[in-house]
Ligand binder design. Structure first.
Ligand SMILES: NC(=O)c1ccc[n+]([C@@H]2O[C@H](COP(=O)([O-])OP(=O)(O)OC[C@H]3O[C@@H](n4cnc5c(N)ncnc54)[C@H](OP(=O)(O)O)[C@@H]3O)[C@@H](O)[C@H]2O)c1
Length: 292
């Protein structure tokens, strides 16, 4: 039995779907029972647990051959909230006795700080290393699906905002379906010892992303490079809480400083091109129901 948290999210849903496609037994963990119904219909067991509820999560993980865990980003949770959730996840992994865990992390998570929200993934990795489970750390480059965040400005104003000084520097981007596939394969064939796998993918500049998103939407998008001092106000104006806006600016700074690089045991190359992901992203924005 393979237990998948975040099963209604990008990577968790792709991992659970890939395991089911291969005929493997899957237990999806959801916090809203209604969101588990679709997984039950596809033949998965469903457990209901909040990642912050140590007892419920321990029960959901118990008896698994392997488990996938992630630290969801909550724009309102702050530093203490993310660290507490990471501690709850690591505590449940340890208490459940699950032997192999695949954890979703990010390039840059080897660094203690200076990476914005990625420092919480560092904290999660460190907590999981103390549990006794064999750990497969999947440190991803940027998700291609992060372009979802640009959809409101693109569709309403024809603008693609760039919170970075260099709109022409190529950055690797991976499709979350590729991440989910690797998670599933790791669960089915665990390593002998802990390993850190960095995910690389096709690289795109922000200007190229804007062109490809514009093509998927059928309209030209104007690339607007937001000056550094205007980034936090721009984010808060779009509804991002101010503390988290500072985290996102720190993340962009870390990228600009070259801190978000592979430094693990091996690199896995993801191949899905951004054009393919954008077709799904735009289709899901028009009709969210069949997206997952
Ligand atoms: N964006 C990037 O470019 C990037 C790159 C590298 C790594 N990452 C990391 O990837 C992770 C996000 O992965 P993702 O995009 O697959 O996630 P996602 O699509 O944002 O989905 C989050 C999942 O977690 C569930 N969830 C949220 N809070 C929960 C809680 N308290 N208890 C139980 N379940 C909860 C959600 O369930 P509901 O349906 O109930 O909400 C959902 O299934 C983050 O750790 C992020 O730092 C992101």
């Amino acid at each position: 039995m393979y237990t998948i948290t975040g099963a209604t999210g990008h990577v968790g849903s792709a991992a659970a779907a890939e395991l089911l496609r291969r005929g493997a037994p899957v237990r999806t963990v959801v916090r809203d029972p209604a969101r588990g119904e679709a997984w039950a219909a596809r033949g998965a067991e469903v457990a209901v647990a909040d990642l912050g509820d140590g007892a419920a999560l321990t029960a959901a993980l118990r008896g698994s051959d392997g488990a996938f865990v992630l630290l969801p980003t909550d724009e309102t949770a702050g530093d203490a909230g993310h660290r507490a959730l990471a501690d709850s996840i690591a505590g449940a992994v340890g208490a459940s006795g699950v032997g192999h865990v695949v954890v979703l992390s990010s390039v840059g998570a080897d660094l203690v700080e200076g990476t914005g929200p990625i420092r919480w993934l560092h904290h999660l990795e460190r907590g999981l290393r103390r549990t006794g489970a064999t750990l497969s750390v999947v440190r991803s480059a940027h998700f291609q699906e992060k372009v979802e965040d640009a959809l409101p400005a693109a569709t309403t104003a024809g603008v693609y905002p760039v919170l970075d000084d260099d709109p022409d520097g190529p950055v690797p981007m991976v499709a979350t379906r590729d991440v989910g596939e690797l998670v599933a394969l790791s669960l089915l064939a665990p390593p002998q010892a802990d390993e850190v796998v960095d995910l690389d993918g096709p690289a795109y500049s922000e200007r190229q992303v804007a062109e490809l998103l514009g093509a998927a939407l059928g309209r030209h998008l104007e690339v607007v490079v937001v000056p550094r001092d205007d980034r936090v106000p721009t984010l808060t104006a779009s509804g991002v809480p101010e503390p988290f806006a500072h985290e996102l600016v720190a993340l962009a700074d870390a990228g600009a400083q070259g801190l978000l690089r592979p430094r693990g045991d091996r690199v896995h190359r993801c191949t899905t091109p951004l054009e393919v992901t954008l077709r799904h992203v735009v289709a899901a924005a028009v009709d969210p129901a069949p997206a997952r």
